[in-house]
Each structure stands twice: as structure tokens, then as C-alpha cells.
Design a protein around this ligand. Structure first.
Ligand code: GCO
Ligand code: MG
Length: 403
């Protein structure tokens, strides 16, 4: 089998998604997702100008060599743009392999370790009362694990909360990023009361999660982790910025609240210390931003040796193509923790008809060969790309801060 063509599409059926198709001489077409929220055009040109030309004539079954060709062969390694571009191609090649062999993708990744994959959804409230209403709604839908975010008294805006809607999409359309502001003390004083209320109202049967979105120092994170210990979180996510792996050592020594991090990592070199020193409980790297299925399977196996479980990032800023790749990997690996799932609108499912199926707190793959996702180009092309950016964040005195 030989690759004959590679095509790229950037559409916005609700939000911007970058989709690729890899064509073969046997008529099998593989789909990949290269969406990188707010940086889509950089991935677009990296793929089109620098990677696609080298694909033509290659055997799509040679995923290991093709991956290494793009990773090692560029000389300039790593980084979210590069790794997301390589990831899109790798996902599409695995889709081709599974389609050509007539099996769902997980069958090529070690087969089924479980029939269904535990997922967590989001409950986002403008204040505690609203957050509790959202938790109740999600529990009604059968979710067993719920991430709770809430507006904080005295703060204008915060990660995870939309002023207008119950759901939250962080990227805002426009030519420039929006600005938010932040106050760590107000946040730290508030969050424990949110989870106390959640446990008082819902008991201990549901799993609760929380995302700090990289805004704390290690000591602040340790304080929060200790304050939250009575409420038995499933995990506390992204406490500190992810670049400094040693930071997690300080947090780990001081709290037993389980720690998760990794959505902005793109190679194993972002987390090898976190894994080998067992500084985290859950690694949140996602397939498309980490160079694809080829490296993700290796990273999962490496993490398994050190008792670290995989809890992949799967928000709506990956399309159903990448989410399906995460789902098949999650079904196959032994050390699954959980998978993030926000669902897709009807419009999105029309653009990407898919077999991903939610029931009673879990996601199911289908049995179609490959990823089980299609791309409805005609529909998607009616919704052209619109520039959108993630916000930036400043402290209340104007100092530039982490978003
Ligand atoms: C999560 C993430 C997202 C990110 C988003 C940025 O845990 O789902 O933190 O909400 O903010 O992926 O594009
Ligand atoms: Mg997060």
C-alpha cells in the first residue's frame, strides 16, 4: 500500500478544527486531527509545507519509521505545533491500518482491556449554588465523575466559567486574545468550601475533580491539596505550571490529594521525572498533541511501570477524530485512569459522524474499522475558520500571569 495524497481542512462548525485526510493507492483514507486551540494556522502550514511532501509514496503501515522520520528528521524537535502536526499524521496512519485490516483501532493496540471507558464531565457554575445545580444535572445524566469549577466571590472572570452559558469554551473569536484577571488568595480561600458543599449535598459516591489551570506555586498547591483532603478528590489538576517538574515534588511530599498534570505536555521528556519519581497519579497528555498513537502507547507503558495512570485531556478542543483516538487507546491500555469528555453539539456530530457512544458514565467505541469517525466535508466547509484565541491572564495589579 502507498500514500498517494494528503489533504488538509480548517473549518469551524462551532469552533475551529483542523482535519487531515491521507489517501492511499488502495482507496483507503485515514483521518487525523491537528487542532491546537488558537494556533491552528501554525499547525496547518507545518503540515502542508513541511510534512505532507515527505509522505507521498510511503507505506502507511510503517508508522514507527514515519514517526521517527518526522520527529528525529526535523532536527528541531518537540513543541506543541510540531508534535500536533506529527500527531495528526500518525492518527491518520493508524486509521488507515485498522481500516485496511477491517478492525476497530483498539484491536491493533493490544486489544480490549475493558468494554467501556470511565469518563468525567464538567460542571461549571457562576457561584456555588449554580455549580451544585450543574453537578445535579450531570449526575442525572449518569456521570460517575464530575469536574467542578465555580466563579469565585470578588473575581470578575475565571478559567472554566462562562458568564452566559452553562458550558465553557475558552477560545474567544476575534483578532486578539481577551484579558482575564486573577487573585490567588481569593481562589484559595474559596475552593475548599465548594467541595465541602458538594460532599454535603452529594455524599461520597461520585468522583469529584478540580482544575487549577496552572495558577499556583508549589506551596500554594500543597496548601490547597491539604485543605481538600477531607473531600477525597479523584484528582487535583494542573496545580502549578507544567514546565518545572521538580515543583510537583514539593506538592507530593505535603499532600495525599491525587495529582494530575500533562495537557500541555507533548513528549515524554516533559514528564519523565514526574513518572519515574512517582510525583503524580495521573498523566493527562492527549494523543493528538503528543505526536499521535505511536508515542502515546509507549508513554502509557512507561507510566504503568511507575503506578501512574492515564487520564487523557479530551475537551471539545480536540475533534471527534482525536477523541476517538484517545478512546481506543484508553480501551486498550492496562493503566487507564479516566478520560475527559465534554460531548459534542449536533452540528459537530454532523460534521464528524462518529461511533463514540456515551452511556451511564462511560464511553464506548463502536466496531467500525479504524477510528469509527467520518468527515462530512461538504457540511464542514460551510463553516469556515474564524480566528479565535485563548485568553491571557493578569494579576489584579496588571502583572502578566499564567492563564
Ligand atoms: C481541560 C483544559 C482545557 C483547556 C483547553 C485549552 O482540562 O479540559 O484545561 O479546558 O483550557 O484545552 O484549549
Ligand atoms: Mg485542564
Amino acid at each position: 500500500m502507498k500514500i498517494t495524497d494528503a489533504k488538509i481542512y480548517l473549518n469551524s462548525p462551532g469552533r475551529n478544527y483542523l482535519t487531515i485526510e491521507i489517501h492511499t493507492d488502495e482507496g483507503v483514507i485515514g483521518l487525523g486531527d491537528g487542532t491546537l486551540n488558537g494556533r491552528e494556522l501554525a499547525v496547518y502550514s507545518y503540515l502542508k509545507e513541511h510534512l505532507f511532501p515527505s509522505l507521498i509514496g510511503r507505506d502507511p503501515f510503517d508508522t514507527e519509521d514515519i514517526w521517527n522520520f518526522f520527529y528525529r528528521g526535523a532536527y528541531w524537535r518537540r513543541g506543541p505545533v510540531t508534535m500536533t502536526a506529527i500527531g495528526a499524521i500518525d492518527i491518520a496512519l493508524w486509521d488507515i491500518k485498522a481500516k485496511a485490516l477491517g478492525v476497530p483501532l483498539y484491536k491493533l493496540l493490544g486489544g480490549s482491556s475493558r468494554e467501556k471507558v470511565l469518563v468525567y464531565c464538567h460542571a461549571s457554575g457562576r457561584d456555588t449554588d449554580h455549580a451544585m445545580e450543574e453537578v445535579a444535572k450531570k449526575r442525572e445524566l449518569g456521570y460517575k465523575a464530575i469536574r467542578i469549577q465555580s466563579g469565585v466571590p470578588g473575581m470578575e472572570s475565571i478559567y472554566g466559567i462562562s458568564k452566559e452559558k452553562d458550558s465553557y469554551e475558552p477560545a474567544k473569536k476575534g483578532e486578539l486574545p481577551e484579558e482575564e484577571s486573577w487573585n490567588t488568595s481569593k481562589y484559595l480561600n474559596f475552593v475548599p468550601s465548594l467541595f465541602q458543599r458538594a460532599r454535603d449535598e452529594f455524599g461520597y459516591d461520585l468522583h469529584f475533580l478540580h482544575d487549577c489551570h496552572h495558577r499556583l506555586t508549589p506551596n500554594e498547591a500543597a496548601q490547597l491539596g491539604k485543605d481538600l483532603e477531607p473531600y477525597k478528590l479523584f484528582w487535583l489538576e494542573d496545580t502549578v505550571p507544567g514546565e518545572l517538574q521538580e515543583g510537583l515534588r514539593l506538592i507530593r511530599q505535603r499532600t495525599t490529594t491525587p495529582l494530575a498534570i500533562g495537557e500541555i505536555f507533548n513528549t515524554v521528556y516533559d514528564c519523565q521525572t514526574l513518572i519515574t519519581e512517582q510525583l503524580i497519579d495521573y498523566l493527562r497528555m492527549t494523543v493528538s498533541h503528543s505526536g499521535g498513537i505511536t508515542p502515546m502507547m509507549k508513554i502509557a507503558a512507561f507510566a504503568a511501570i511507575y503506578h501512574v495512570k492515564i487520564g487523557m485531556h479530551g475537551p471539545s478542543d480536540v475533534s471527534p477524530i482525536a477523541l476517538s483516538a484517545c478512546l481506543h487507546v484508553s480501551r486498550a491500555i492496562n493503566n487507564l485512569g479516566i478520560l475527559e469528555y465534554m460531548g459534542y453539539s449536533d452540528k459537530m456530530s454532523e460534521a464528524f459522524p462518529h461511533e463514540i457512544h456515551y452511556k451511564d458514565g462511560h464511553l464506548y467505541t463502536g466496531n467500525a474499522p479504524g477510528l469509527g469517525v467520518e468527515f462530512n466535508k461538504d457540511f464542514a466547509e460551510k463553516h469556515p475558520y474564524q480566528k479565535a484565541y485563548l485568553p491571557i491572564n493578569r494579576l489584579e495589579d496588571g502583572t502578566m500571569f499564567h492563564w
